[in-house]
Ligand binder design. Structure first.
Ligand SMILES: [Zn+2]
Length: 277
């Protein structure tokens, strides 16, 4: 039995410019038909559980729909991509959803100093970083208030700030998942020391570097994920969906030199322990 430890089932529409002509397979559309199909296709491939992450406040109204679904472990939070918006307002929207139904985790939250930074001047870059850090800190505090783990996005070049903030906020009290991990090895041991799990989706990163990180991550701290539906499989070029966690998990089992069925059982145990379900 497999679990996709990070997917956006209720996602914002994929922008038209991200859809090339040479893409094969289905184009994700955020309606209930598509979402239902995504879940049932996954189930057919023994992906029985999905950790569903809603991290854009525009999608918060759909949180109530998600919590009704079976075997979906719900996580909600505000992404660093929204950091320049009205933070007190977004936080109050988040708190309202939490009040209706306490999630299994707060996420995805964190830092990214590359995505969306291309056209900013130095001053704007610094403002953006500061705003992302404020939003990150505030949400770690919320996770601690309700005693659930955090799901962290750690973009390239954010390593030091991530570790600094997690330590300063004593995030180890709730622990968490470093998702879609693709930064450098330097961060790994410090985060393992404070009890964090690493979640890998090998298809969107450099394989050699990832292999080294997987090597030093103990089995009982590994999770696997697709981050659906935002990434593309290279060949055939198509959107990666929760069912593809089978490919990802089996491939990482090979890196780790462990039998696939032993590995998938371990991933399930790890996810259950962290997200308490
Ligand atoms: Zn994600």
């Amino acid at each position: 039995m497999y679990i996709d430890c990070h997917a956006h089932l209720f996602f914002s529409s994929i922008p038209a410019e991200a859809i090339d002509e040479d893409i094969t397979g289905v184009i994700p559309i955020p309606n209930m038909d598509f979402i239902g199909k995504m879940i049932s296709n996954a189930k057919e491939k023994s992906v029985n559980y999905i950790i569903g992450v809603i991290s854009n406040p525009n999608d918060f109204p759909r949180y109530q729909e998600q919590v009704e679904l079976e075997n979906i472990i719900h996580v909600i939070g505000i992404s660093r991509g929204n950091a320049l918006e009205d933070q007190p307002h977004m936080i109050s929207l988040l708190e309202k959803e939490i009040e209706r139904k306490v999630p299994h985790g707060i996420g995805e939250i964190g830092l990214d100093y590359a995505y969306g930074f291309d056209n900013l001047n130095e001053h704007e870059k610094n403002t953006m970083k500061k705003k992302q850090q404020e939003l990150f800190v505030r949400q770690i505090q919320i996770a601690k208030e309700i005693d659930v783990p955090i799901v962290v996005h750690a973009g390239y070049g954010t390593d030091k700030d991530i570790v600094k903030i997690l330590k300063q906020e004593q995030a180890q009290d709730v622990g968490g998942q470093i998702h879609g991990y693709m930064s450098n090895e330097g961060l790994v041991s410090e985060l393992l020391d404070i009890g964090f799990y690493f979640s890998f989706g090998y298809l969107h990163t450099k394989e050699e570097e990832l292999k080294r990180i997987i090597e030093i991550t103990p089995l009982e701290r590994i999770l696997t994920e697709t981050d659906s539906p935002y990434h593309l499989l290279e060949s055939p070029k198509r959107f990666i969906l929760p069912e593809d966690v089978v490919l990802i998990t089996d491939k990482i089992a090979i890196f780790k030199e462990i039998k696939p069925e032993v590995f998938t059982n371990q991933i399930m145990r790890n996810a259950r322990e962290l997200f308490r379900f």
